[in-house]
Design a protein. Structure first.
Length: 369
């Protein structure tokens, strides 16, 4: 990616939100969400890619149903705005994170060698398609929040030999298509220095080279901004890598949005920012609190020595509450073996309010230099 400070947004659910009736406004005027983000100097998007986000019966898994077709459509819209594109490979049919890394349905029953080859081939072939469609990514993330590995059980921590084999296969798949595009490896819990040291010490003994360490940082889960900053300074120096906060968000309200989703209490999970978690945050869950957090957060990234802090991607700023767009469906719950319920967990952390109006934090992002 270019050296301009990355002010990025993960907009993976945007097509689904729009199809479900979501509309977006800036200063009272309706406009395309990406056009609004462009006005606020957003210069990059992050898009997740799921292998096959459909049930055996063809039912969409939801939460954007981010297959290759959806990814191409969103990438083309972003590129048309002059934005760069980070591709986030999950190597699963649905969500991956430290709590779940389910093997794609088509790869079930494979051994380590077969999984390694499947991951390489899938990475290479999908990138070839993206390149042919004119949307070759500017940055590529191999796996999502790999703190506990990928492609479980073979690639689950502490199986670092297999983790390195799988991640390296993805890197080789990228290099078969493009020798220069920067590659990111991404963990969660950006305030946990012990995790990053342990994981990257193990990986760097075994794995293919990469350019960027990606971090997730959610203040209600991952400690203070000071903890994030100290971790970033340490790992930048220890591994001589550039850093991007690949996921971040901050709430602007604790007002309920059940009326927007049109779901019963039993059908919706409610927001991720539970009151007990919010008590731990140094900032108020208000529009001003969101502004203050983003200002301080961006300044922390810029403080990383030698210019190693390259920017951030705000997670799902446009996931406003609309009927039909939740974090899962009955079919995807079955795939990840989760009891549910569904619904939108994120709307009170978006950068648009429940009615789709751009929030003041976007102006803070625009003004930051």
């Amino acid at each position: 990616m270019e050296q301009a400070f990355i002010k990025g947004m993960d907009i993976s659910t945007l097509l689904e939100v729009e199809k479900c009736g979501g509309r977006f406004f800036d200063e009272g005027k309706e406009a395309d969400a990406l056009s609004i983000l462009k006005r606020y100097d957003i210069n990059a998007v992050r898009l997740r890619l799921w292998n096959d986000p459909y049930s055996e019966k063809g039912e969409a898994y939801g939460a954007g149903t981010n297959d290759l077709t959806v990814t191409i459509a969103l990438a083309k819209r972003a590129k048309s705005q002059g934005m760069q594109f980070l591709l986030d490979y999950h190597y699963s049919d649905f969500w991956t994170d430290p709590g779940k890394q389910f093997v794609p349905k088509a790869w079930r029953g494979m051994n380590v060698e077969e999984l390694e080859e499947a991951l390489y081939t899938y990475t290479r072939d999908t990138l070839r398609i993206l390149k042919c469609e004119g949307v070759m990514p500017d940055l590529i993330q191999i796996g999502n929040e790999l703190s506990n590995g990928l492609l479980w059980p073979y690639g689950k921590v502490p199986e670092y030999d297999n983790i390195a084999r799988f991640v390296s296969a993805g890197i080789r798949g990228v290099r078969a298509v493009d020798e220069k595009v920067p590659i990111m490896i991404h963990l969660d819990n950006g305030g946990n220095n012990e995790l990053y040291r342990r994981w990257f010490d193990e990986y760097c003994k075994r794995g293919e080279d990469f350019q960027i360490i990606g971090l997730s940082y959610y203040p209600f889960w991952h400690g203070t901004l000071e903890m994030l900053t100290e971790n970033m300074k340490d790992i930048a120096a220890r591994y001589k890598k550039d850093l991007i906060v690949a996921e971040v968000s901050m709430g602007y309200t604790m007002e309920d949005y059940a009326a927007y989703e049109k779901l019963s209490k039993e059908e919706r999970k409610g927001y991720a920012t539970k009151p007990a978690l919010v008590e731990k945050i140094e900032y108020h869950m208000t529009k001003q609190g969101q502004c203050d957090f983003m200002q301080d957060f961006m300044e922390r990234i810029k403080q990383i020595p030698e210019g190693r802090g390259k920017g951030f991607f705000y997670w799902e700023p446009a996931w406003i509450p609309v009927p039909g767009s939740g974090w899962a469906t009955e079919s995807s719950l079955a795939y990840i073996e989760d009891p549910g319920p569904c619904g939108n967990e994120w709307a009170n952390q978006a950068l648009f309010d429940y009615d789709g109006n751009a929030l003041p934090a976007l102006a803070v992002i625009k003004e930051f230099e």
